[in-house]
Write a new protein. Sequence first.
Length: 283
Amino acid sequence: MTNETNDNYQVGGKSFTAVAVNTASKAGEWIQTKSNQANRFTSKGSASDLVTEVDKGAEKLIRNLIQTYFPTHSILGEEGADPGAEGAAKALQAVKDDEYVWIVDPIDGTTNFIHGFPFYSVSIALAYRGEVIVGVIYDPSRDELFVAEKGKGAYVRGKRVTVSGEERLADSLLATGFPTERQAMLPLNMNQLSAIIPGARNVRAGGSAALHLAYVAAGRLTGFWEMNLNAWDIAAGMLLVQEAGGRVTDLSGKPYNLAVRNVAATNGLIHDELITELSKANK
Ligand code: 2AM
Ligand code: CA
């Protein structure tokens, strides 16, 4: 993505995607150097909703870098928002009329990071008038960078990727995640698992929504669904999946927008079947 229409904002003529890539990889490298301090966490909201000093430091680093290149752009970040669905809605509302909004999750998979389970990522997306045009996810544990530009495809380590070819849930490897709002969500979560597991090849719950979406794009997972996510968990991965030829909707099958919290992302081929099976669980 070049930003010819906007070059009065640029420092050194960097494209949006180049800034997203450099920022995500820099933040990821910094996070890895802190992995031995990860258990110095604080709790925000509930016992399983952990936030480390590293999350805050990484978001600051990311904000500083983006603002250096694009000082007029807005930034919507996990650590800048109040906790919970209401906080996320308020943060989204505050930037909804802004032209360029960077959507940042400094560590997606904070719980994994704290435990040293190497499945977490940095997620950075750029939306132009509400539409995601760049999505970058960096996995520092594997040094894997996933990059998508609107209309230009999805890439892993610089190689173009496409979604997988399974046509039925029975042949599909799926992933999901469990919302932190346990009390309210647990019964529905259990119903969904009961509805999906018997008919699928198997289900994983790795603990980073962004990385699961990147894996759908790369054809490593057939599909992914999760409830109660925020824009910063989904936005970059959503574009990766779409640009890899997949489909992303809410759990009722409506098209994705930045306010969607209950998300399904698949290779496209199994999408309707997944939505249908999940809707049985919701009854
Ligand atoms: P996080 O690590 O950035 O918080 C795991 O199932 C997924 O849920 C992760 O992407 C995780 O993102 C996200 N998650 C964890 N706690 C959450 C919360 N309270 N609200 C929304 N998403 C959450
Ligand atoms: Ca997150």
